[in-house]
Design a protein around this ligand. Structure first.
Ligand code: ATP
Length: 378
């Protein structure tokens, strides 16, 4: 889907989390004490979540996973809306479980924002500080300042029904930040928006998160959101962490089929020997890397070329006979699912797909470009 990696997050940008009282905790040097240190064990019916999560102040962590993998359960446990049945939940060295959920320094932006429909934007944002005892005039002044920072000064007097999806999302973010949380939780922050609005809101959200000095955890099943918004991606499947790392690392070196499919890579596990990996089950793939021992090998669908007849010459040795299992358009390309000794996914131009007369069941010869096949330790 994407190999785009967010990479290192810029530290510049407005300091939206801090005022006279610093919202961010002790900073990077205090990472051992500061930030989030959690092991979330929780049950929901027969489902069991067991996820360890650590984040330094200023870090944005994305929980990425398929439907039903436990992301929302983890978020609810972090927010105190679901009790832990095991593990621990510490923030800046404090055991959060000792506090009732409503007095925890945690701000939540819910998927559908949950703005109060009868209150104006400014009163929605002032709500948190008011609940914590700030006088009305001061709470409203603070709320206006937050809306200002979000570029919403002109919309302060509007009620939610008069706001666009992107504006409502920023009001919800301002409302969460106005309580000066030390942990900010965002549940599928872009899910309620249409595709065009998403692009713009994603960029703005990235900017606001870059200026936030405490820990932010966002939940998404959309890899692009995770890649763009987060410093670190934690992939959850079936209630467990299956992989974590920088967006670039997860995209380049997937460790499960789910992650490989998300980032659009062919992925196999096997035994490396020099510039080859013998895949569990038999076939050998030539790779760019010199490695020995248990390994993954991954390459993009664009590294697989297809031929109607068995190629001759240099490619002949590595050509594999496959059957077309399915075809789908993928932007300007056609993605071809292939079965055979080595199941493969290949991307071809529409013209090449037409010339090969690809249909389900057709036989083709596939060649993997060894220079683009990367091997790494399993
Ligand atoms: N109220 C509930 N009672 C019992 N089981 C539940 C409840 N809510 C969720 N579950 C189960 O818990 C598991 C995890 O659900 P959760 O909503 O955390 O997943 P998710 O990763 O957030 O999925 P999605 O992307 O679809 O929101 C699922 O198998 C679901 O069936």
């Amino acid at each position: 889907m994407t190999g785009t990696a967010g990479g290192a997050r810029a530290t510049a940008g407005p300091s939206v989390g801090a005022g006279e009282e610093t919202a961010g905790g002790p900073g990077e040097t205090g990472a051992a004490e500061g930030g989030l240190d959690a092991r979330l064990v929780a049950e929901r019916g027969t489902f069991r979540l067991d996820v360890a999560l650590r984040a330094a102040p200023g870090e944005v962590v994305a929980l990425l996973g398929p439907n039903g993998s436990g992301k929302t359960t983890a978020l609810r446990a972090l927010a105190g809306l679901l009790p832990l049945t095991g593990g621990h939940l510490r923030l800046d060295g404090e055991d959060l479980e000792r506090r009732p959920p409503e007095s925890r320094p945690v701000g939540v932006v819910f998927q559908d924002y949950l703005l109060f429909p009868h209150l104006t934007a400014v009163d929605n944002v002032a709500f948190g500080p008011r609940c914590r005892g700030t006088a009305k005039a001061r709470a409203r002044a603070e709320a206006r300042a937050w809306l200002d920072r979000m570029g919403l000064a002109d919309h302060a007097g509007k009620k939610p029904r008069g706001l666009s999806g992107g504006q409502a999302q920023r009001v919800a973010l301002a409302r969460a930040l106005a309580t000066r949380p030390r942990l900010l939780l965002l549940d599928e922050p872009l899910a309620a928006l249409d595709a065009r609005t998403r692009l713009d809101v994603r960029a703005r959200l990235r900017h606001h998160l870059a200026g936030f000095e405490a820990v932010a955890v966002l939940v998404t099943h959309e890899p692009l959101d995770a890649m763009v918004l987060a410093d670190r991606v934690v992939v959850v499947e079936d209630g467990r962490v299956v992989q974590e790392g920088s967006p670039a690392d997860v995209a380049r070196r997937p460790r499960t089929d789910y992650v490989a499919r998300l980032v659009g890579l062919n992925l196999y596990r096997g035994e490396a020997r020099g510039h080859t990996v013998r895949v569990d089950g038999g076939p050998v793939i030539a790779t760019a890397d010199d490695l020995t021992g248990p390994a993954f090998v991954a390459f993009p669908p664009g590294a697989v070329t297809l031929h109607g007849d068995r190629p001759t010459g240099s490619g002949a040795r590595d050509a594999r006979r496959c059957a077309v299992a399915g075809l789908e358009s993928h932007g300007d390309l056609v993605r071809v699912d292939l079965t055979g000794e080595l199941p493969l996914v290949s991307d071809l131009t529409t013209v090449a797909a037409a010339e090969l007369d690809l249909r389900p069941g057709a036989t083709v010869w596939a060649v993997v470009d060894a220079a683009r096949a990367r091997a790494y330790r399993a």
